[in-house]
Design a binder for this molecule. Structure first.
Ligand SMILES: Nc1ccn([C@@H]2O[C@H](COP(=O)(O)OP(=O)(O)OP(=O)(O)O)[C@@H](O)[C@H]2O)c(=O)n1
Ligand SMILES: C[C@](O)(CO)[C@H](O)COP(=O)(O)O
Length: 241
């Protein structure tokens, strides 16, 4: 929290954490996928620009690989509202390192929105909607999408059943939680040796019930080579609010 200089009232602050320390194994390119050029810019440049376009964001903390030589080449690396931290072995380690680096700036109750570098097609409007819907929520939550395919449970290539899909959603990012609660939940998962692939899982392990807010299907995680033309298609056509 900080104090609004005009009203003197406490105002909630919002921080962004971008885990961008992955190697992009499934992409199989000769540079990490966040530095591949799509629709005229590197993926990470698109992602940071779109998050900086959200006016209520105080700053963006980007977790980078220890040997990252590409970051200084991005125009966004020179933006005053952009900070960096060193990433870790897994995505959750990178997020935790970024949260530790934020400790000099963020207060316990400030909101942190964690967003994958690889989800460059995020729209500022979707981030703003998530912030508005969750601002007064006791826990926080995530953008997510109900699944649209029939699901199959498979063992050794054979279908064992068709689980009920009516309660199944796909987790997207941003994932928005209070600074201290998120940091403690990730620390406790790490201490317990529990692998968490998103922030909501860490909060769930801590006994919390995060909310889902329906996101957009073009908020894809660029993962495999075939995702690149799709991302270019979305990035070129989205109306950038
Ligand atoms: N140790 C890691 C691993 C991943 N990430 C980031 O977490 C996001 C989601 O991860 P994913 O899409 O799986 O990226 P990679 O780990 O790079 O891909 P792969 O699993 O194919 O190697 C990405 O923005 C990635 O850069 C990170 O910051 N630190
Ligand atoms: C956080 C996430 O994007 C939600 O879908 C996802 O869990 C990260 O992907 P990963 O491949 O498991 O790192």
């Amino acid at each position: 929290m900080s104090t609004d200089p005009k009203s003197g009232e406490a105002e909630t602050r919002f921080w962004i954490v971008i885990p961008a320390a992955g190697v992009g194994k499934r992409m199989g390119a000769d540079v990490p996928k966040q530095y591949l050029e799509v629709a005229g810019k590197p993926v990470l440049q698109h992602t940071v620009e779109r998050l900086l376009a959200v006016h209520r964001v105080s700053a963006v903390m980007v977790a980078l690989g220890a040997d990252d030589e590409f970051w200084p080449e991005l125009p966004c690396s020179r933006e005053p509202r952009v900070l960096t931290a060193t990433g870790g072995k897994e995505r959750a380690d990178s997020v935790l390192n970024a949260l530790c680096a934020l400790s000099a700036h963020a207060a316990d109750d400030d909101w942190v929105l964690v967003h994958d570098a690889a989800r460059a097609c995020i729209t500022p409007a979707d981030v703003e909607r998530l912030m508005e819907i969750l601002e007064d929520h006791p826990v926080g939550g995530i953008l997510a999408l109900p699944v649209t395919d029939t699901l199959k449970e498979v063992e050794n290539g054979t279908i064992k059943g068709s689980p009920d899909r009516s309660r199944i959603w796909r987790a997207l990012t941003p994932q928005m939680f209070r600074y201290r609660a998120l940091k403690e939940a990730l620390e406790s998962a790490a201490k317990g040796g529990l692998a968490v692939t998103d922030e909501a899982s860490a909060l769930e392990l801590a006994g919390q019930s995060p909310r889902v807010v329906e996101g957009r299907s073009d908020n894809i995680k660029i993962t495999r080579p075939e995702d690149l033309p799709l991302a270019a298609f979305y990035l070129e056509r989205q109306c950038f609010e």
